[in-house]
Design a protein around this ligand. Sequence first.
Ligand code: 3HC
Length: 778
Amino acid sequence: MAAINIPRNVAIIAIADGTPPGNPNPVNALSAPVRQFLQTSLQNAFQDPAVVSIILIGRRDGRGVFSAGADIKEFSGENSSGNNKDCSSGNGGGSVTVSEPGGIPTLNDLGHLIENSTKPIIAALTGACLGGGMELALSAQYRVADSTLQYGLPEVKIGLIPGAGGTQRLSRLCGVRHALDVIVRGRINGTSQEGLRVGFLDGVAPTNESIVEYALRWAKWESSLPRITMESRRLCHRTVPIDGEGVGNGDMCDFAIQSLPPKEVGGESAHACVEAIRASFEKPSFDQGMEVEKNLFNDLLYHSLQGRAYRHIFFAERSSSSVRTKSSNSLIFGNGAIGVIGAGTMGRGIAISFLRAGYGPVTLVDVNPGGLQAGVQDIRLILEGEVKKKRLSSSKLKYILSCLESSTYLSSLAGCDLIVEAAFENLKVKKDIFSKLDSIVTKKDALLLSNTSTLDVDAIASSLSSERRGYCAGMHFFSPAHVMKLVEIVRGKATTSETLDIITAVTKRIKKVPVVVGNCDGFVGNRMIHPYTTESALLLVEYGGGKNGLGISGIDAALGPRRFGMAVGPFVMSDIAGNDIGYKIRGEKGLLRDPATGIVGPNRKQMRYTELADEMVEKLGRLGQKAKKGWYDYDPKVGKGRKPLPSSEMQSLVENYSMNSPSRGTKLSPDAIVSRILFALVNEGFKILEDGIASDPSKIDIIYLYGYGWPAWRGGPMFWADNYVGLPVLLRELETFHKMYPDSEYFRPSQLLRRCVELGVGVQEYYRKGLQQSAVLS
Ligand code: 3HC
């Protein structure tokens, strides 16, 4: 790019210049040094008599992002054990709303400084312009952008509201309809075209002109206008416009509230967003509206556990996806030939995920020609559906489909860079495939991955020659793989760190959330789900029958979206996954009774066990949604065949099993149900940490959020245990349950939990302080 001549009468202030050297800030977060820098630069420009206008930009060369907003790390208390004290003493709130005399300016101070400038300030927007970044732009007298702009106010997603005037200025500039849309949904996908249409932007740079040149043209034009125009550019002096479609602003807020989850079920910040927007037109002055915004923001920042949970998830997800590899493997950059073995449901979803991300060719292999053809057909249908839903353009679909190849021969995968095996879940079958791949695949550094959900990754790798084992790992997708975001990357004994880094980068590239886990039965997610589903069925047998019994739906309701907040309760989840899967796993674990001989499986011993779920599958064929019957009945005419309907057959089965339970028909509160079932799950999480299967608690939280529908506002099972339950309570309750049910091993409290309670720390804090490195847990 040719150097641009910056006239002496224009000051360019680049946010990136405020970041101290050696302090990576890829998104121009508005940290304390950046705010200080902006204040000084603005004041210098105001005082310099030669300067007549100011351009506020992300980077001096006009590339990269404008700003992703306030530095979320400054909102102390997040990403930690969640000690509430941290929040009130931290400078997080201060960075936004409360300034200290002579101290670092807040974002609000900067907003006022910009808005009240007597020299016009043109915000030149590129890339991400989010949160506090967008709020600074809203304070400026003019906003121009290039086509890379991505604007939004996503604070609601981290449990906050815009706290630097966003709720007051956006509704004044673009109306309540757009403000609700952007702020309450926390959208971050506003484009320059949309910005122009709704009045957020004053202009968009033509494709042949850089944003710097374009902003300079605006500066030149502006400086030719009479100064009187400055006043009209200040949003604080405007009133909120009446909606173009004639709907009352108050009515729009009322409608918005109706579609929100209740405050206590994750909706605290969304409700506060609407309240703040309402203040923009109900309060008689801008300042009074700002006061409402400030109070709501501070209340959420200091007192909302939901908010801390959301922010915990934000950083946990990024830490899990972070790759610092120097590898130049082309897969990291989205190039490479992919093989997928098995054209069943998983294989299809996996192939779609790679195709959508631009990898190619993607070769789907299945020895069964009928299955292969059905797989290819299904992939086509799913992708065509995405075009109908406008998630994919027809031209991209055409290109994607041209990258899809299919074959009944493994030998077609010879030239692949990465192969995911998603064949039948059987060790012998998988070992056989991997030993064939060993001689077929030509590239010695090709990644050979298994989508197994339960089998031993080392046993699978053992069928490869030793020099290939470093490139072998598990890549466990969740069903349906083209929809679910989670991928557990299973580290085998021989898997190299570089292999793990490449798979992590590829997983991120295919827009999924990677979590590296150790190799054990069920890895992290399914290992923890075992006590969860087992205890659900046992609780059902104990309390489920009788007139006042909990019933299947009673347990699901306690855990489901309206109460605890899981996407679905345990029985609906099992029906979706297929009840035969759990049945098969119990068979492999040696727990089933032999139907022919009636002899109980060798590993059941004294274990607390119910055969209810076994009988349901074995004798009643109730495999779940796919069989139109499982724990519930399903009617293809009701809710697309996915709505769980009560089943009289299951009701009588529960009655039979619970007949002799002394607690039959006794009421149990939803909280008691939650404790019984989820404490068993969380305790397994602690044992997983003890065994080194997950490297820290936040990995478990991410797995449960993206793989099992855990509510984000509860921050994942380990965050929940630390912050919502409290570890001393958890330990005490587990001890009680273990005394009551000594034959349920999953209630035996983990050593790690005991240690945390002894030390008086949360499990997140225990890991953050590195205490696990010195601990010897017996
Ligand atoms: N503060 C601090 N760090 C941030 C940040 C922020 N606002 N936004 C992103 N980061 C960090 C990430 O943690 C990550 O760090 P790492 O490399 O050490 O893991 C790095 O920047 C890059 O982020 P991503 O991996 O997410 O990069 P992407 O390119 O995928 O996404 C993004 C970029 C769209 C900007 C995305 O990071 C994002 O959505 N950020 C959050 C934006 C946000 O919530 N802004 C509101 C902040 S609150 C606020 O402004 C309050 C105000 O109203 C008063």
